[in-house]
Design a protein around this ligand. Structure first.
Ligand code: SF4
Length: 259
């Protein structure tokens, strides 16, 4: 049995009063561990499935701590008064759906209490995790990254055909869904990949799309972990606007967001 299964749910952060991670005001819980590795990841502390030590200002700290299920349940429920209208809890990461075995009971109890649940996911997980997640989550925020099988595998370490099957599964479920595209010049906004994204999205025209330029906000965390951060050229506002126009011209409802 893994360390996580024995110790509980591995969380790096609980962020309160969030507005971009599902409807209404949300509490976002970040689970530690991801199934892929995007070069542009702004949460490097969420890549590993283990607690990580780091030094800051001469002090030792740790990324990640284990919560028992009741402990995390009570911690999250402290925000209940803020979830007026359609707010609730969003699970993020890392890849939250890879944590389904350890969070399944928590999701079940939150759902029983009528809490609105969203998930931010890349969908690079086994199909049975998708099936379980469809029982609990009300909203899916799904990334679209690299759609070429070989480049996806080489750069992200992900299985693109599994991803596409999972997207279809979530779409077919009829759940509330938004696609999110992290834009960078090197991989996601290349001519070939942006054409592939548009072709891919033509089959899902009813689903709204959000695009955003990747940022360097994770720089301090990379430093603290002693990992070199990926160097990239900043995406120009005009490239984002052009991409938005192309998507829109193809009947895909698109907005530019800032994260
Ligand atoms: S899926 Fe998200 S958390 Fe995982 S590596 Fe990519 S950007 Fe980072």
């Amino acid at each position: 049995m893994s360390e996580e299964r024995l110790n509980g749910i591995l969380v790096t952060n609980i962020q309160r009063m969030c507005f971009h991670d599902g409807p209404g005001i949300r509490t976002v819980v970040f689970l530690k561990g991801c199934t892929i590795h995007c070069p542009w990841c702004s949460n490097p502390e969420n890549l590993s499935y283990n607690i990580e030590k780091y030094e800051k200002d001469g002090n030792t700290s740790y990324y990640g701590r284990y919560y028992t299920e009741p402990e995390l349940h009570d911690e999250l429920l402290k925000d209940r008064l803020f979830w007026i209208n359609d707010g609730g809890i969003t699970f993020s990461g890392g890849e939250p759906l890879s944590h389904i075995p350890t969070i399944k009971n928590l999701l079940k109890s939150l759902k029983t209490e009528g809490i609105d649940l969203a998930v931010e996911t890349s969908l690079f997980v086994d199909e049975n995790m998708i099936d379980v997640s469809l029982c609990f989550f009300d909203h899916f925020i799904v990334d679209i990254k690299i759609l070429d099988e070989q480049i996806c595998n080489r750069v992200l370490g992900g299985d693109c055909s599994l991803y596409k099957r999972n997207v279809k599964r979530v779409v077919d479920s009829g759940k509330d869904l938004v696609f999110r595209i992290p834009c960078n010049n090197e991989y996601t906004l290349t001519d070939k990949n942006s054409r592939s994204i548009i072709e891919f999205l033509k089959q899902y025209r009813d689903i709204p799309v959000q695009i955003f330029a990747i940022h360097d906000l994770g720089a301090e965390k990379y430093r603290s972990l002693g990992i070199e951060m990926w160097r990239h050229e900043k995406v120009k506002e005009k490239s984002l606007l052009d991409f938005k126009d192309e998507l829109t011209m193809n009947g895909i409802s698109t907005e530019i967001i800032k994260l």
